[in-house]
Design a binder for this molecule. Structure first.
Ligand code: SAH
Ligand code: SF4
Ligand code: F3S
Length: 473
């Protein structure tokens, strides 16, 4: 049963937000502007959603936001631990911040999130990056206002809170969302699966589900504020509710969200194949608002590797689930996560991964070269393949998938699709960008006042990663 942070504790933090706001007002009188914050997010959607809460708290405390650390009074990096390169990027950034802080010692630097839940990382920060003022783990996110206040007022030189508990769920934290038309809604935290390569269960703790009332209230609130697309988030949404006393599971929750008036699109991630039930497939097929999109990571195609990964299914089990999904929803768009170069993986094993791509024909894949994570069981295994062989396999994987993705996108040419407009395209400010129900990116010409609206777009051109189209009336 998930535990909740006491309301009183949340109120205490709101008190700190108020106190920081007062400091900020004084700062604004002296400097002609309030304090500026720069936040950066590494990692998955769960972290994106956490950063929205950090920004929510900062916003309530009167902060302005800026895109670069150079101009910020407070810099907060929300970090990821899933692969080594995510950690290296943060250490690289910390090196740059050290120089900035030499000329502006009053700048406050905070590091939070998954990466700092690991002892060897916090030790390294303390030793090499003593210019960091606040270090707080995933469970201490809601206490940021207190820590920030202590550092701003210099009551404390620095704060470290990486208490390694399973963490209580904190409700009612202010939030500043990246988009108004679509929103992440975390339905659970943590993971119980302990895939042998993965650090997430160690840094995020055990699975804790929010009550259905809390989830549904958040969705209703979002709809009242004009949001129409909801993405339900969890490391393994299929095991939602297992720890709750109420009679609920993910399939039931999906139906309840589907019944909320004003919701137009429902997405969710991530699903673990071993827990993808027939009941859920049926709920997806029967709920008209649930998008025709499923992200179902298979990780590796060889049964020997899957076993060593502790994934709890075989390639045959996985393919059978995909068959059922396609049978009920022939138009579904599929995506997956794949790891190349797991220590015991041979070239023969890898051929099974390619075979999986060819059989399932995913619209899109997220592929990663295995990264050794200290403290996980796989970290003790010896590698069969050399780095060169692994990179070579990785490139082959991309080649095979690019062809499939292009073929999948080609099938859209000539169709008229409903697109929810995200806003001006990041690559071309004359174009708008949005997504289809199947989560395909569509770029087209239009006025930016269409942001947040559903429009009809005729698809004219297909690329590997996106589609181009023209607005139709
Ligand atoms: N809970 C989600 C994924 C979380 S991590 C799930 O199970 O689907 C996102 C992806 O990162 C994983 O699916 C996996 O493909 C990849 N990943 C996790 N640990 C990794 C590691 N040590 N090296 C390389 N990729 C890894
Ligand atoms: Fe990591 Fe596996 Fe949990 Fe996903 S299901 S977060 S890969 S341990
Ligand atoms: Fe990374 Fe933490 Fe997500 S380790 S992938 S940010 S849960």
């Amino acid at each position: 049963m998930a535990e909740y942070v006491d309301n009183k504790e949340i109120e205490i933090q709101k008190g700190y937000i108020y106190k920081i706001k007062e400091l900020n007002n004084r700062f604004a009188v002296q400097n002609g502007r309030p304090m500026r914050a720069n936040t950066e997010t590494y990692g998955c959607q769960q972290n994106e959603n956490d950063t929205e809460r950090i920004r929510g708290m900062l916003h309530e405390a009167g902060f302005e936001f800026c895109d670069d650390a150079e101009n910020a009074d407070v810099v907060i990096y929300n970090t990821c631990a899933v692969r080594e390169n995510a950690e290296q990027k943060v250490f690289g950034r910390l090196g740059i911040l050290k120089h900035i802080k030499e000329s502006r010692p009053e700048m406050i630097i905070g590091i939070c999130g998954c990466m700092v839940q690991q002892e060897h990382i916090t030790e390294k920060i303390k030793k090499i990056h003593s210019h960091v003022d606040m270090v707080f783990g995933t469970h201490a996110l809601y206490k940021m206002p207190e820590y920030l206040y202590e550092v701003i007022t210099k009551n404390k030189k620095s704060v470290i809170d990486i208490e390694d508990s399973d963490g209580k769920i904190a409700e009612d934290i202010p939030i500043l969302r990246d988009y108004s038309q679509k929103a992440w809604v975390s339905i659970m935290y943590g993971c119980n699966n302990f895939c042998s390569y993965c650090i997430v269960p160690y840094v995020r703790g055990r699975e804790r589900s929010r009550t259905s009332t809390a989830v549904l209230n958040e969705v209703k609130q979002l709809v009242e504020n004009g949001c129409t697309e909801i993405c339900l988030l969890g490391q393994n949404v299929n095991s939602y509710g297992k720890d709750l006393e109420e009679d609920i599971n993910f399939a039931k929750l999906l139906r309840m969200v589907n019944d909320i008036e004003g919701v137009e699109r429902i997405r969710f991630m991530t699903s673990h194949p071993k827990d993808l039930s027939d009941e859920l497939i049926l709920a997806m097929a029967e709920c008209e608002k649930v998008c025709r999109q499923l992200h179902l990571p298979f990780q590796a195609g060889s049964n020997e590797v899957l076993k060593k990964m502790n994934r709890g299914y075989t390639r045959e089990d996985y393919l059978e689930k995909i068959r059922k999904v396609k049978e009920k929803m022939p138009d579904i768009s599929l995506s997956t996560d794949v790891i190349v170069g797991f220590p015991t993986e041979t070239n023969e094993d890898f051929e099974w991964t390619l075979d999986m791509l060819r059989q399932v024909e995913y619209d899109n894949i997220f592929s990663f070269i295995y990264s050794r994570r200290e403290g996980t069981p796989a970290a003790k295994l010896d590698f069969v393949l050399s780095d060169d062989e692994i990179h070579n396999n990785f490139n082959r994987l991309l080649e095979v998938q690019n062809e499939i993705s292009k073929k999948k996108n080609d099938a859209y040419v000539g169709r008229i699709e409903t697109v929810l407009v995200d806003g001006v395209s990041k690559n071309d400010d004359k174009m708008l960008s949005g997504r289809t129900d199947t989560s395909k990116i569509v770029n087209f010409k239009g006025d930016k006042s269409l942001t947040g609206k559903y429009v009809k777009v005729k698809i004219c051109e297909a690329h590997t990663w996106s589609l181009n189209g023209v607005l139709v009336d």
